[in-house]
Structure formats: C-alpha cells, structure tokens
Design a protein around this ligand. Structure first.
Ligand SMILES: [Zn+2]
Ligand SMILES: [Zn+2]
Length: 223
C-alpha cells in the first residue's frame, strides 16, 4: 500500500499498489460507513521489537465470542482481511503510528477522494475528548486528549493509575480533565494509607481497609 500522511496530524491516506489491495479497499468502501472503525488484529515487528512492519486489519467482520488463535485475524469472523505493509520502504515508519492508533484509539475511515494520482482512501485517528480534533501521537491515544488541549489544561490532579513507558501501570496522580498523569513527588510518604487507599479505590472501587494488626479502619472518603 502507498501510505501518505498529513504532517503527523492523525490523518493518513492509503493508495492501492496491488490487485489484492484494490479489492480490499473496494470492500472497505462497501462495508464501512464514513466514521466507521477498522478492526485491529495485531502487528508484526522488526527485530528491535518496537518498529512495526505490518498491521493486520479487518473490515466488515463480526467479532467472535471465542477468539480463534490460529490466525491473527481469528478475532473476526468473515469480512475482508488485509496485511497492511508499506510498498515504499521510506513510508514504513507510518505503520508504527497506525498500529498505535489502532491499539489505543481507532483507525477510522474518513472517506474516499481522488487526485491526479488516482483514488485515495482517507483515515484518521480517534478524536480529542475536549476539542474533537484528531489525535496524532501516542500520548494523545493513551489519554484521548490532543497535545494542544493537554498543554493548555489547568490540570486538576487526583490520585490515580498512570501508564509508564512500556505500557506498565503504576501509582500516581491523574488530571481529571485531560487525563495527564504524573508520578508521586519524590518526598511523598508512601506509608500514607489514606493516599494508597484512594489509589486502590480508583482501581477497583474498594473504599475502606482494616489494619489487620490494630483493627483500625481507614475510609477513602474520610477527608
Ligand atoms: Zn483537543
Ligand atoms: Zn489536565
């Protein structure tokens, strides 16, 4: 597939380079309404483990109740499958962003256009919760908020779960408006049961703990 992008704005264009891709894009136009999301079925990675070399996509299939693992497409029954690869190696880096869009947001069909080079199918990421602009970067996808809104947010931090590098989770504070996360301050007293309890409540909804040594009860809403 020939892949183009609009200045990292969360917009991509796909142009067919093979007969199979022509058929898949035609099937996509039939199966998906504008604004519809493509089904994501996984990716292939280069030896570095992070650079994406292929993205597995499905349109028009039904999500199986019991996923069949014998194929990357086994999550879907029916529909039309595509292994999205970059025909031009200089465009291969777009696949990493497309995979992040699929995984954290939604690879969304925006319609079909034409120019002197022929037909082009347009796709975008999900949209910002605050301004409805397209999401463009990994932090956008994780938070569902664009960088402009995140940068301008006055932030109201509350105890919560934050995502670290490598998609790990840890305890910290999260802005209730833009979902930006920050770690606990270096001098934070990690023996503070009240704070830790709030984190647990943010995660699983538990609102009180009993100290098994003293019987003391701490409630998350005891302010
Ligand atoms: Zn925004
Ligand atoms: Zn914020």
């Amino acid at each position: 597939m020939i892949i183009t992008t609009g200045n990292s704005s969360g917009l991509w264009g796909l142009r067919s380079a093979t007969a199979a891709e022509v058929a898949w894009l035609d099937a996509l136009s039939e199966a998906l309404p504008i604004g519809g999301e493509l089904g994501y079925c996984g990716s292939d990675y280069a030896d570095d483990g992070t650079t994406v070399t292929a993205v597995y996509l499905n349109v028009g299939g039904l999500v199986r109740a019991n996923r069949i693992f014998d194929s990357p497409f086994g999550k879907y029954a029916g529909g039309d499958n595509l292994v999205l690869v970059a025909t031009d190696p200089s465009q291969a880096h777009y696949l990493t962003d497309i995979r992040a869009t699929c995984f954290f947001s939604a690879f969304t069909y925006l319609g079909r256009a034409a120019d002197e080079a022929g037909d082009i199918w347009l796709f975008g990421s999900g949209r910002c919760e605050l301004c409805s602009g397209l999401l463009a970067t990994l932090p956008d996808f994780v938070s569902s908020v664009c960088r402009t809104c995140a940068t301008n947010c006055p932030h109201t931090f509350e105890p919560g779960i934050i995502q670290g590098g490598g998609l790990t989770e840890r305890l910290g504070e999260v802005c209730s408006r833009c979902h930006a996360g920050r770690g606990l301050p270096d001098d934070f007293d990690l023996t503070d049961r009240e704070h830790r309890l709030r984190l647990v409540r943010a995660r699983v909804g538990i609102s009180a703990v009993i100290d098994r040594n003293t019987g003391e009860i701490t409630r998350a809403d005891d302010d």
